[in-house]
Write a protein that binds this ligand. Structure first.
Ligand code: PQQ
Ligand code: CA
Length: 683
């Protein structure tokens, strides 16, 4: 049986997990039921495997014939005996550490594709690699970024997503819209690695053909929705396809989610004009050719990083007295959408978290009814927006149980203070959002920041997609929790940022099982069976966008240090984790003094170049080294060797000499010393 048929008939192979969302529908429902509410008392750790990268771990493992194939941070592959956790082989694509600084949200990888004996890996440095699943030997490798296409001047492409494979084609997109990128999705022949087609999500800046199947629709329908003189022409416009791609065997269409605008500021990107297609849209194309079929734009005029890249799921739902084949989607913008899968027709939409950027959706078209005050990049006035850029729902997978008819949705509330910049100057190596970034070396305990921390929230919601209401909700300690798995044992499994792994009753959310995983979890679990025994497995490892950025007050709510592992649970499991001590490493005190004026200037450089990996306000994020305690801040030249010249580039820290002058780099050192003085003596 070919892999494509096996995926379509996944319920005939309940022991396997052959594709990212288990089936092409991406419902993440396992028909296994040995682990259930009655047996859960016997659920224990069966094995653990220590990973060699203590960074954010986001992969969904695949299980094929008793072997677990998974990826880790830095796009590394591990093949494990899925019954014991024994390593069978490993593959390291040796991603150049210098590209670490080109990702917005950690050097994560969400997993592999499997097809007829081969594995498909997309790497952080944009390669698509076919591996022999027997031994991890490379079969072919291609660069997914076209060298001859018109992609804008600010290109910072990376890949974090898992390839999906349908009809012999490997589908993959990429990230980069926070820096500057023009989005697209490519289809490669699984056998040979030859490009089949490429669909761009944003018009060509000169409205010229790209010789791609997207040409006609972009030139006739999308281009008129952009201002021809906006900054998008140089910045690529965004619309990156950095996560969800789904093939639907029922409609024979490929759906993919396009991301946010680049730069974020709609005022700067498109002079505040037009809907900016296909930003924040689901687009449907033909699998063989990439020919456009339909699109549905969830967030026109995007200026909030409201990507529509979140998991696309297909379902059959009883609606208005008939069964309809639909897409359900919970993108960052906070609305739960039900769309007709064949046509993209809007069926219903309802907010699943508190939102204030829109007053609701037009009941006929699904178009948002904007709150004019939320259009900060047009009004020139700051706005405190819900959801923030993390979204009401982010990277964490949702799941659906046909037994309960509920979608198990990890939601969050992480509001954003947004203020548009008046002038825009693109930084070659920095974030390019078009936001107003002022020097600011205040303590992180300003009232504004405290209020934002009070507003942090994370919940697991059981959402009824027919009535568009929450059936039950579990309030968790904070945002950025992991994805969910629903099982026929009527359990919902989920790992949390507080480092615990849970099984909830699918009917009422009762917490039936909790395990101390020793590190925050942001990945999504899977279930499989070997020799009559059901396992539930999860990758553990704190990181990702919230994991790196959230520090200080926000981190106290959640977060933990990173001990990266794969964990597998089964009834009567006999393994246990070694005790860990997170006692702080003794460190030398920071230099005795700093120059306040320089430190203030450095705060701005820090916001431009450093905060999204090293954390807000230089407080420790638990993943990367604590800069306040770094020996490198003792000495100007040592600091310059790292931050200017890239002495630590093999760890993912490139040098910024091209982007910053020596005195700007020194100002960052002064700022870090100031922050060390302000914060390290605190409890
Ligand atoms: O616009 C983009 O190109 C892009 C890419 C990625 C990515 O590739 O991980 C993320 C985002 N945006 C993003 O907005 C976001 O919130 C996010 C979270 C994460 C993560 O892995 O934790 N990645 C990304
Ligand atoms: Ca983004």
């Amino acid at each position: 049986e070919s892999t494509g048929d096996a995926i379509i008939h996944a319920d005939d192979h309940p022991g396997d997990w052959l594709i990212h969302g288990r089936t092409y529908s991406e419902q993440r429902y396992s028909p296994l039921m040995q682990i259930n509410a009655k047996t859960i008392g016997r659920l224990h750790l069966a094995w653990h495997y220590d990973l060699d990268t203590n960074r954010g771990q986001e992969a969904t493992p695949l299980i094929v014939n008793g072997i677990m194939y998974t990826t880790t941070a830095w796009s590394k592959v591990k093949a494990l005996d899925a019954a014991t956790g024994r390593l069978l082989w490993a593959y390291d694509p040796k991603v150049d550490g210098r590209v670490g600084v080109r990702g917005c949200c950690d050097i994560v990888n969400r997993g592999l594709g499997y097809w007829n004996g081969r594995l498909y890996l997309a790497t952080f440095d944009n390669r698509l690699i076919a591996l022999d699943s027997k031994d991890g030997k490379v079969v072919w490798s291609v660069n997914t970024i076209p060298t001859d296409a018109d992609l804008g001047q600010q290109q910072a492409y990376t890949i974090t997503g898992a390839p999906r494979i349908a009809k012999g084609r490997v589908l993959i997109g990429n990230g980069g819209a926070e820096f500057g990128a023009r989005g697209f999705i490519s289809a490669f022949d699984a056998e040979t690695g030859r490009l089949d087609w490429r669909f761009f999500t944003v018009p060509n800046p000169h409205n010229r053909p790209d010789h791609a199947p997207s040409d006609t629709v972009l030139m006739t329908r999308a281009y008129p929705t952009w201002s021809p003189t906006g900054a998008w022409v140089r910045q690529g416009g965004g619309g990156t396809v950095w996560d969800s791609i789904v093939y639907d065997p029922v409609t024979d269409l490929v759906y993919f989610g396009a991301g946010n605008g680049s730069p974020w500021s709609y005022g700067i990107r498109s002079n505040g004009k037009g809907d900016n297609l296909f930003l924040d849209s689901i687009v449907a194309v033909k699998p063989e050719t990439g020919e456009y079929v339909w699109h549905f734009q969830e967030t026109p005029e995007d200026q909030w990083d409201y990507t529509s890249t979140q998991q696309i799921m297909t379902l059959d739902l009883p609606l208005g007295g008939q069964m309809r084949h639909v897409i359900v989607h919970a993108p960052k913008n906070g609305f739960f959408y039900v769309l007709d899968a064949a046509t993209g027709e809007f069926i219903s939409g309802r907010n699943f978290v508190f939102v204030n950027w829109a007053k609701g959706l037009d009941p006929k078209t699904g178009r948002p009814i904007f709150n004019p005050a939320a259009q900060y990049s047009v009004t020139g006035k700051p706005f405190y927006v819900f959801p923030g850029d993390m979204g009401g729902h982010g990277i964490a997978a949702m799941s659906y149980s046909p037994r309960t008819g509920l979608v198990y949705l990890p939601t969050q509330q992480v509001p954003d203070h947004l203020k548009g910049a008046r002038k825009f100057r693109a930084l070659p190596d920095g974030w390019n959002l078009g936001l107003d970034i002022q020097p600011d070396d205040r303590m992180p305990s300003t009232e504004e920041q405290k209020a934002a921390v009070r507003d942090l929230r994370g919940t697991l919601v059981a959402w009824d997609p027919v009535s568009q209401t929450a059936r039950w909700e579990v309030v968790q300690k904070g945002p950025a929790n992991g994805g969910t798995l629903a099982t026929a044992g009527d359990l919902v499994f989920q790992g949390l940022t507080d480092g615990t792994f849970h099984a909830y009753d699918a009917h009422d959310g009762k917490d039936l099982f909790s395990f101390d995983a020793q590190s925050g979890i942001i990945a999504s679990p899977v279930s499989y069976r070997i020799g009559g025994r059901q396992y539930v497995a999860i990758e553990v490892g704190w990181g990702g966008s919230y994991g790196l950025f959230a520090t200080g007050l926000a981190r106290q709510e959640t977060g933990s240090v990173n001990h990266s592992r794969v964990l597998a649970f089964a009834l009567d499991g006999k393994d246990h984790l070694p005790a860990v001590s997170d006692a702080p490493v003794p460190s030398s005190p920071p230099p005795a003094s700093f120059v306040p004026r320089q430190a203030l200037a450095g705060s701005q450089q820090y916001q431009n170049y450093c905060q999204y990996c090293h954390g807000a306000n230089v407080e420790w994020n638990g993943v990367l080294p604590d800069l306040r305690k770094s020996p490198a801040i003792q000495d100007k030249n040592s600091f310059y060797a790292i931050v200017g010249k890239g002495a630590l580039s093999s760890f993912g820290m490139d040098g910024f000499e091209k982007s910053m002058k020596p005195d700007e780099i020194e100002s960052i050192r002064q700022f870090i010393i100031e922050r060390a003085h302000q914060t390290l003596s605190q409890p």
